[in-house]
Design a protein around this ligand. Structure first.
Ligand SMILES: Nc1nc2c(ncn2[C@@H]2O[C@H](COP(=O)(O)OP(=O)(O)OP(=O)(O)O)[C@@H](O)[C@H]2O)c(=O)[nH]1
Ligand SMILES: [Mg+2]
Length: 557
């Protein structure tokens, strides 16, 4: 039996280090590497430890120690112990397929690959103690201003609300700075940069700077961090943290993890390869084909992205099954969209009387797409879909990672656009939502039939002109109007009809209609043996009704 140390073949760097030092490891690593290359090269998941163990036994290899690439970088004794324990169990249970084992392997893979990526993180996302933030509000000048067109004071207010949405984060000071050009290596001009740096240095107790711009380039970010000696955040990273903090379900967490990848990638871009490789103990290049520290992390990020997308696809297929069963029952779907904090969840709560719904005065309180059943005045049941709020100046990659939400909007029968009519920038917010919806290339009829709701009208003291149904989710004002309008729109959008049927008191007609259509009300007929039934019925159900019961007898002209 050959005795040796087991290594993770995914890490070619480590393999080369070991070989370079003439350690007696080649037999197993070669077997593992070959298997990995042949079978799993394009797959993010490495061979399971159980399979590896089978190979070990077949090739007469006795494992005496476990070693992973993270030993070189950041291997904790606990991780080593964990891996050793699993291998011990694999040995013991060799040949037996136990689910417990699979579970451990999965967790382990995640733990190990995130151990590399956590070095990119450096507690930058969701630091335990929060932050005292200095907000720098860029004031765009010249052509940039014309393109942007929004009010600086309102942008600053939104930046403050974003920071306040994070646990233990607070705003310490704010400053507005003129910006003339974007896309340059340096974000600020020299003079402005010196002034803002002085201001930051003078303000006590600051632990982070938030530059309220869409997204800083990797290089810009690292230059600013170096100059100020503080972590620097842009809009993308602040919203990403809010998403990370608010994500509850597996799907939302996966979507946030997917959104994190471009962020990590941009961090890599901003890092200087030479400096980091030196810091990591000269492991930058080991032989011609070895991976540098940065290459390794790029590969891990790519693998992580593939894995997350695969997991999301599984969830999506389940979601489709659910949708199919919904469609089978022909329940109309109403997607409730709007700017974050406009009152979407609150409105659904009053429309459905669902006590469990919890609106919160927070940006991005809702991150999970949820469905809530409600009834319209004619007893027509609908499903309201609560969605993630929109916000201006967010890179599309962040929105795209929430593609499931967007797909739900696409598949709805009707869209309700909820606006916060009391917000000083309500028109800007409306424009942003419309532009985002248009960029989703939704079917034309969905945009044409969209219902605009001017919510929080109890707080709006100036008169509101223009379309839209004025509502208040707090006082209930306008909710009945909204339901009536929604009912008409749903009936038109789903191709349903309002019909009345004269059906015999005895017989299956009435039971059938209650099951397959929405019975609005019933009336006595001239004949005592018949009943007049008023329904909302889909075209397909109407066709079936006629096929089962015949036309002439039941329908009054
Ligand atoms: N006064 C008043 N407050 C409202 C009204 N509707 C919602 N709110 C408040 O506005 C805040 C946000 O409400 P939500 O329903 O959570 O808003 P949302 O659009 O779902 O927000 P996100 O999920 O974060 O995008 C909460 O504090 C609500 O109580 C309203 O009509 N009048
Ligand atoms: Mg909400």
């Amino acid at each position: 039996m050959i005795t040796g140390t087991l290594i993770c073949a995914r890490c070619r760097v480590l393999k080369q280090v070991l070989e370079h030092n003439r350690l007696q490891l080649r037999t197993l690593s070669a077997v593992y590497q070959t298997q990995y290359d042949n079978q799993h090269y394009n797959e993010p998941k490495v061979m399971s430890l159980r399979n590896l163990n089978t190979i070990c036994i077949k090739s007469g290899f006795n494992i005496t120690a476990v070693m992973h690439s993270s030993c070189i970088f950041r291997c904790t004794p606990a991780r080593m112990f964990h891996m050793g324990r699993i291998l011990h169990r694999v040995h013991r249970d060799h040949g037996k397929e136990t689910t417990e084992l699979d579970q451990s392997n999965e967790n382990l893979e995640d733990e190990l690959s995130s151990s590399h990526l956590s070095e990119l993180d450096d507690h930058y996302l969701l630091p335990e103690n929060g932050h005292n933030v200095f907000i720098v509000q860029p004031d765009l000048k010249g052509k940039l201003r014309q393109r942007d067109g929004s009010n600086i004071e309102l942008k600053l207010q939104e930046a403050i609300a974003l920071v306040d949405s994070l646990p233990k984060w607070s705003v310490q000071a704010t400053e507005t700075v003129s910006i003339k050009e974007s896309g340059k290596k340096e974000f600020f001009t020299k003079g402005n940069f010196a002034a803002i740096s002085r201001q930051i240095r003078r303000t006590a107790n600051i632990t982070a700077v938030f530059v309220n711009t869409n997204k800083l380039e990797g290089l810009q970010l690292s230059l600013l961090q170096k100059a100020w000696g503080l972590p620097v955040y842009d809009r993308f990273t602040v919203v990403l943290q809010i998403f990370k903090d608010h994500a509850r379900t597996k799907e939302a967490k996966l979507q946030v993890a997917l959104a994190e990848i471009p962020y990590f990638r941009s961090r890599l871009k901003g890092m200087h390869a030479g400096t980091l490789d030196q810091q990591k103990g000269g492991l930058a290049h080991l032989g011609g084909s070895g991976e540098t520290w940065i290459e390794l992390r790029k590969r891990l990020l790519e693998e992580r992205g593939i894995k997350i997308k695969r997991d999301l696809a599984v969830l999506k297929s389940k979601r489709h099954l659910l949708k199919k069963s919904r469609t089978k029952k022909e329940i109309p779907i109403v997607a409730v969209v709007g700017y974050t904090n406009a009152g979407k969840t609150s409105l659904i709560k009053v429309l459905t009387n669902e006590a469990a719904l919890q609106p919160r005065d927070q940006l991005f309180a809702t991150l999970d797409v949820t469905a809530h059943a409600g009834f319209l005045p004619s007893h027509l049941s609908v499903l309201y879909i609560d969605t993630v709020g929109f916000i201006s100046d967010i890179p599309t990659s962040l929105i795209a990672s929430f593609s499931a939400t967007l797909e739900d909007i696409r598949e709805a029968d009707v869209i309700i656009h909820v606006r916060d009519i009391s917000h000083p920038d309500t028109d800007g917010q409306k424009l942003n939502v419309i532009q985002t919806l248009e960029s989703l290339e939704l079917p034309k009829h969905l945009l044409d039939n969209m219902i605009e709701v001017c919510n929080k009208s109890d707080l709006n003291h100036s008169s509101h002109e223009g379309g839209g149904i004025c509502t208040s989710a707090v006082t209930g004002q306008g909710i009945d109007d909204l339901k009536l309008t929604l009912e008409d729109t749903v009936i038109t959008a789903t191709g349903s009809m309002k019909k009345s049927f004269k059906v015999p008191m005895s017989g299956d007609h009435l039971r059938w209609l209650y099951k397959e259509a929405t019975v609005v009300s019933t009336d006595q007929c001239d004949s005592a043996e018949h009943l007049l039934v008023h329904c909302i019925i889909s075209q397909s159900a109407y066709g079936r009704f006629r096929a089962v019961f015949g036309k002439k007898k039941q329908e009054p002209s």
